[in-house]
Design a protein around this ligand. Structure first.
Ligand SMILES: [Zn+2]
Length: 461
């Protein structure tokens, strides 16, 4: 096998076949939320397993989880080398509304160098790029530069319910040194990006209650407290005039952005005025002292997600409402803890609430923030891989949202992670006309080859 063609030549020679095999995955409507598609989901798992086996991965198995199956495979022939765990998902979002698709969602169609199909960028095109990279290495060099374990699940779009239990149960089998996930986007077209941080979440609902029922605002107004008004006063005190959150202890565990991270942020192609115009808002706001990009992903936030009080129908109704409700969420950064923050928030809100009304705070939802520290050696490996393939430095990005599975891999298996996305946020994921740039598919395969090479010199910090 060895030395027949180089890896790069192999990727070039097999470009068409790699594309055809991606299309075979895209043709299968593996919609995990639809019970009627259960058979299709299983069929897709089978096709993933087939391609993994063809790539040269060993012990490939379609594993029952209690929900949709998960596909596992490994290659552990690089004695003494690090082990890379690659994660992806083969399930997809529903195709609705189907009339808004230009071509049928499960008939992969090429237009403008892009393939249009449900799951193209999220996540079939991205995870299969790694499998093709493994195949290219195996078939040209007969081996991989590192040990590899691959976990491709079928329930990401419905909350990955069985993934954490699978990780817990198979800790031993899944032991690795670093996690690689390609289920994210490049910061901008042609700008390969490594995501190394995600925000967490603490979500509470606040209910304020006054009298036992709504009252006539003429007869009772003036003497009876108005829950709506009390709620507004309370909420208005949660931030100061610098847009800093006033909850005592809120910032205690925040790891401030390092000078290197702030320099990374400054390198990102972003224009605040363009951003403002795009959103068509009269002005931007945010915590004083931080740039909009830093505010959106490197700093914690507190937002009102919804409010409810009194008469909100058409016309006037002179009512003194007896209750008011607000939903508030905080995006958290490392090392804030969602339960601690929810508790601090509840304590503070109760303290602010006057004794003339009743106040109840309920925690609804939480998630931990995630970070692979910017100076972590895995990030250097990824950067060298990007440089080798694209001839320029990677962009290092923190994202404002959450990806709970990445936290699971970190907490359960102790893995630092690299989110190396080949997709673009403009590729209509979860929407009609989802697509994936076929140039980025090829680049993704080459980047994955190089990443595996670079990770062979990875050493635990
Ligand atoms: Zn996804």
């Amino acid at each position: 096998m060895e030395g027949v063609v180089s890896v790069g030549e192999f990727v070039t020679q097999n470009q068409q076949r790699f594309q055809d095999e991606l299309f075979r995955l895209l043709e299968i409507p593996s919609v995990s939320t639809d019970p009627e598609r259960k058979g299709e989901v299983v069929r897709c798992a089978g096709e993933v397993a087939r391609q993994m086996g063809q790539a040269g991965l060993q012990k490939v198995q379609v594993t029952e989880t209690g929900g949709h199956p998960l596909v596992y495979g490994e290659w552990l022939g690089a004695a003494g080398q690090p082990t890379v765990l690659i994660y992806g998902h083969y399930d997809v979002q529903p195709e609705d509304p189907v009339d808004l698709w230009t071509s049928p969602p499960f008939t992969p169609t090429i237009r403008d160098g892009k393939v249009f199909a449900r799951g193209a960028t999220d996540d079939k095109g991205q995870f299969i790029a790694h499998i093709k990279a493994i195949e290219a290495l195996m078939k040209s060099e007969g081996k991989l530069p590192v040990n590899v374990k691959v976990v491709i699940e079928g329930e990401e779009e419905i909350g990955s319910r069985h993934l954490a239990p699978f990780l817990e149960k198979n800790r031993e089998m899944l032991q690795a040194d670093v996690l690689v996930v390609s289920d994210s986007a490049m910061f901008a077209p042609g700008k390969p990006s490594i995501v190394y941080g995600l925000r967490g979440l603490a979500y509470v609902q606040v209910d304020i209650k006054g009298a036992d029922s709504d009252l006539h605002s003429g007869v009772f107004g003036g003497a009876v407290p108005n829950p709506g008004f009390e709620l507004c006063k309370l909420v208005a005190q949660l931030k100061d005039d610098q847009e800093r959150i006033t909850v005592p202890g809120f910032y205690d565990k925040v790891i401030d952005l390092t000078p290197q991270e702030r320099a990374d942020y400054a390198r990102l192609p972003f224009d605040a005025e363009e951003f403002r115009k795009e959103l068509n808002v009269p002005g931007l706001s945010g915590e004083v002292g931080w740039t909009p990009l830093e505010q959106r992903s490197g700093r914690p936030t507190l937002e009102i997600n919804g409010m409810l009080c009194g008469w909100t129908g058409p016309g006037a109704k002179t009512v003194l409402p007896n209750k008011a409700m607000v939903k508030i969420s905080c995006r958290l950064v490392p090392n804030q803890d969602p339960e601690e923050i929810a508790q601090m928030l509840a304590d503070h809100i109760k303290k602010l609430c006057p004794p003339t009304v009743e106040c109840q705070v309920t925690s609804l939802h939480g998630g931990k923030p995630w970070l692979t520290p910017r100076q972590h050696p895995a990030l250097d490996c990824a950067n060298r891989a990007v440089e080798a393939v694209f001839g320029e430095q990677a962009l290092f990005v923190r994202e404002g949202g959450s990806i709970p599975i990445v936290v699971d891999f970190q907490t359960i298996l102790g893995l630092p992670g690299l989110l190396v996305g080949f997709g673009l946020n403009t590729e209509n994921l979860h929407a009609p006309d989802e697509h994936f740039d076929l140039g980025n598919y090829q680049a993704g395969i080459r980047l994955s080859v190089e990443l595996l090479r670079q990770l062979s010199s990875y050493q635990k910090p």
